[in-house]
Design a protein around this ligand. Structure first.
Ligand code: 48H
Length: 258
């Protein structure tokens, strides 16, 4: 066993993966529940999907459950998805179920990757590529570079579609507004940020808010509500799954037409 072989194996495998994913059908920004669900569904349909995650681990806000109580609540409408993912749930009352946040995010990661989605962690998306008024890629850098404020130029990934699954900050949509020099088309005239907590309204509106907000750019999850000025929902996660699923369906329909 040679230490250099270990190093070479890691570098070669990672480099091959990275090179293979410089051109993808869909680049998803954020490996929280909505981004992972979107990636899972698209990969399951046979599309080439890469998910870019700033942090060391995938999962976004899910592992923390509600205020670090590591359980999550979901509605009965998403139990079909939990069953498909093999996640254990317990019925809490007639509408609500509970599950372990750790089991849920682990299953989602596992299923997304097994379906063929690639996850690149510790990479931050800092910009987009725009051609003829259409988003056609992302600009990436190591998160360590961003965190240490080093001046290191980025690399890029071409994609037919980009998904902003960055959660509360809707970072990619905000970047796009800055780069195109105008506001995205929303009822309130641009990315407005989420409103204060109202679980039922938030979980209902997230479905309509999951859409193509600019040619080539979709939003899902908390970012969808932040873009459209809908409320936050707290630690109920059904909407994240349904939103990720809807984004995948909308993108799948467009990819089929190509
Ligand atoms: C690379 C990035 C970048 C970037 C961010 O926050 P998330 O879990 O997002 P969702 O929408 O899948 O789930 C939201 C849910 O976790 C939540 O916060 C809820 C339900 N809140 C309700 C409430 O009331 O508070 O995941 C987003 C991921 C994170 O892992 C970020 O690190 C990552 O996106 N990310 N990755 N480049 N520029 N920006």
């Amino acid at each position: 066993m040679d230490e250099i072989d270990i190093s070479r194996a890691i570098i070669e495998d990672f480099t091959k993966n990275f090179l293979d994913n410089l051109t993808v059908d869909v680049a998803i920004v954020g490996a929280g529940p909505s981004g992972l669900m979107c990636g899972y569904k698209l990969a399951q349909s046979g599309y080439k999907v890469a998910i870019f995650e700033r942090h060391l681990r995938a999962g976004g806000g899910m592992p923390g459950g509600g205020m670090m109580f590591n359980s999550i609540v979901v509605q009965k409408e998403v139990i079909r998805i939990f069953d498909e993912l093999g996640i254990t749930t317990h019925q809490y009352n007639k509408d609500l179920f509970v599950a372990s946040s750790i089991e849920t995010i682990s299953a989602l990661c596992y299923k997304a990757m097994k379906a063929g989605a690639k996850i690149f962690n510790l990479m931050s998306v800092e910009d987009v590529i725009i051609r003829e008024n259409c988003i056609c890629g992302i600009v990436i850098n190591w998160s360590a570079v961003v965190w240490s404020k080093l001046h290191v130029d980025p690399l890029s990934v071409k994609a037919k579609f980009v998904v902003d699954a960055t959660g509360h900050d809707a970072e990619i949509c905000r970047i796009v507004e800055r780069k195109i020099g105008k506001k995205l088309d929303t009822a309130d005239g641009g990315v407005c940020g989420e409103k204060s907590m109202w679980a039922e309204k938030a979980e209902t509106e997230i479905i309509n808010n999951t859409r193509e907000v600019y040619p080539g750019l979709f939003t899902c999850g908390m970012a969808a509500n932040a873009v459209s000025g809908s409320p936050r929902m707290g630690a109920i996660f059904g909407g994240m799954f349904l939103s990720g699923e809807k984004a995948a369906e909308l993108i799948g329909t467009k990819l089929k037409k190509e």
